[in-house]
Design a protein around this ligand. Structure first.
Ligand code: EPS
Length: 389
C-alpha cells in the first residue's frame, strides 16, 4: 500500500474534489492545521483578484470519524466561491449560451496548455482546457499534502519551505539551513528565507505589475526527520529522487528541480561534492555537510531532504504574447482576464504538499500496516535495527 491522491474539478466550477488513499486508520486529524495550509497557499504579495474571493477550507465527506482516520479513502471538497460568478458559463448540466460566449477563450496563452489541450482533446472553446489546467488545482494538492503531513507528524517528520529568489531579486543558489527555513514567517509577503531580499522582491513585483508582466522564482523545500532508508536503489522507479522530481515537476509552472547542491555540484570535483561519513557512539553515522540533499542512490540517508524548485513566470500576462486566434487563424495577442503577477510564495506551500505525499507514500511502503499502531511498531523495530548497525 502506498499513499496517493487524485483530484477533480474545474477552476470556476462548483468545487475541487480530492480523494486520498493509503492513509492508515487511527491518525487524529487537526482540521485547523489542514485549513491553515490552505490559507498559507492563498497568501503572498503579487496574487491576483481571485484570492480576494476565495477563503479555501476543506469539507471532509469520507474516511474520517470523530476526527480520526478509518483506513478508508478520505474524500474532501474545497468549494470555489467564484463559481457564483461563473454559474451561467460553468454549470454542469446547463450552460447559458450568452455567458459561455462572453467567457469563450480563442487566443491561446503561449506557455499554458491552452492550444495543445484544445488540439489534443478536440475542444474549440479553450476554456474547456484551461479550467482544469489552472493552478487552482494546487489547492486540492495542498489539502492532500496536509493529510500526508498529519501522518508524517506521527513519525516526527516535518516539512518547511521558503523563497530564495523572485525575478532577479534574491539568490537562486542560496542554501538555507533547516533553522532558517523554520524561521520563515507565513506573514511575510514572500515567505522569503532572507527578509533582506523582500524590498527588492516587492520592487520587482511592482515593476512587473506596471508593465503587465509576470515573474517566476526559486523555492527551497526541506523535510527534517525522515528515517534512513526510504526509497530504494534496486529499481529505477523506486528511487526516491526520481519520484520527488516527478511530483515537483508536476506542479504548475515548475520547470526545474535540483536535489541538494545538485546544480552547483555539476561544476565541482567528486571530493569537493560528496559528504564525508563519520561515526560516534552518541550520534551513530553522521555527516558534517549535506550537499547530497539527504539522498544517496535514491535512498534517504537521514540528513535533511533538500529540494530546490524553479518556477517559470505565470503565462497569463496582461501585456499578452503573440498568438493566433483559433477561429480566424489570424494573429491575436493571448487573452487576459486577470492573473497573479507571481505565485512563487504559494508554490512553496504546494512543494511542501507534494514532498509530503511522496514521503508519506515511501513511509507506507517501508512500514506497511493498516493502522497507525501497526505502522509505528514496524517503524520502531526497524529503528532498533538501525541503532544496532
Ligand atoms: C489560482 C486561481 C486562478 C489563478 C491562478 C491560480 O484563478 P483565476 O483564473 O480565477 O484568476 O489565479 O491560476 C494560474 C496561475 C494559472 O496559470 O492558471 C489559485 O487558486 O491558486
Amino acid at each position: 500500500m502506498t499513499f496517493t491522491f487524485v483530484t477533480a474539478g474545474e477552476s470556476h466550477g462548483p468545487s475541487l474534489t480530492i480523494i486520498v488513499t493509503g492513509m492508515p486508520a487511527g491518525v487524529m486529524l487537526d482540521r485547523d492545521r489542514i485549513n491553515r495550509d490552505l490559507a498559507r497557499r492563498q497568501h503572498g504579495y503579487g496574487r491576483g483578484g481571485r484570492m480576494k474571493i476565495e477563503h479555501d477550507t476543506i469539507e471532509i465527506t469520507g474516511g474520517v470519524r470523530g476526527g480520526e482516520t478509518l483506513g478508508s479513502p478520505i474524500a474532501m471538497t474545497i468549494r470555489n466561491a467564484d463559481y457564483e460568478n461563473w454559474r451561467g458559463a460553468m454549470d454542469v448540466w446547463s450552460v447559458d449560451e450568452a455567458e459561455a460566449k462572453k467567457r469563450r477563450v480563442h487566443a491561446p496563452r503561449p506557455g499554458h496548455v491552452d492550444l495543445i489541450g484544445g488540439m489534443k482533446y478536440n475542444r474549440r472553446d479553450l476554456r474547456d482546457v484551461l479550467e482544469r489546467a489552472s493552478a487552482r488545482e494546487t489547492a486540492a494538492r495542498v489539502a492532500a499534502g496536509a493529510i500526508a503531513k498529519e501522518l508524517l507528524r506521527a513519525f516526527g517528520v516535518e516539512i518547511r519551505s521558503g523563497v530564495i529568489s523572485l525575478g532577479d531579486a534574491g539568490d537562486p543558489e542560496y542554501s538555507p539551513t533547516w533553522d532558517e527555513l523554520t524561521a520563515v514567517s507565513d506573514d511575510s509577503p514572500f515567505r522569503a528565507v532572507r527578509s533582506s531580499d523582500e524590498a527588492q522582491m516587492t520592487a520587482a513585483v511592482d515593476a512587473a505589475r506596471e508593465s503587465g508582466d509576470t515573474l517566476g522564482g526559486t523555492i527551497v523545500v526541506a523535510a527534517h526527520g525522515a528515517p534512513v532508508g526510504l526509497g530504494s536503489y534496486v529499481q529505477w522507479n523506486e528511487k526516491l529522487d526520481g519520484r520527488i522530481a516527478q511530483a515537483i515537476l508536476s506542479i504548475h509552472a515548475v520547470k526545474g528541480i535540483a536535489i541538494g547542491d545538485g546544480i552547483a555540484g555539476a561544476r565541482r570535483s567528486g571530493t569537493e561534492v560528496h559528504d564525508a561519513i563519520y561515526h560516534s557512539a552518541s550520534r551513530g553515522y553522521y555527516r558534517e555537510s549535506n550537499r547530497a540533499g539527504g539522498l544517496e542512490g535514491g535512498v534517504t540517508n537521514g540528513e535533511d531532504l533538500v529540494v530546490r524548485a524553479f518556477m517559470k513566470p505565470i503565462s497569463t500576462t496582461r501585456r499578452g504574447v503573440a498568438s493566433v486566434d483559433i477561429e480566424t487563424r489570424e494573429p491575436h495577442r493571448s487573452q487576459w482576464e486577470r492573473s497573479d503577477i507571481t505565485a512563487v510564495p504559494a508554490c512553496g506551500v504546494v512543494c511542501e504538499a507534494m514532498i509530503a505525499v511522496v514521503l508519506a507514500g515511501a513511509m507506507r511502503e517501508k512500514f506497511g500496516g493498516d493502522s497507525l499502531g501497526e505502522m509505528s511498531a514496524n517503524h520502531k523495530a526497524y529503528s532498533r535495527g538501525l541503532d544496532a548497525y
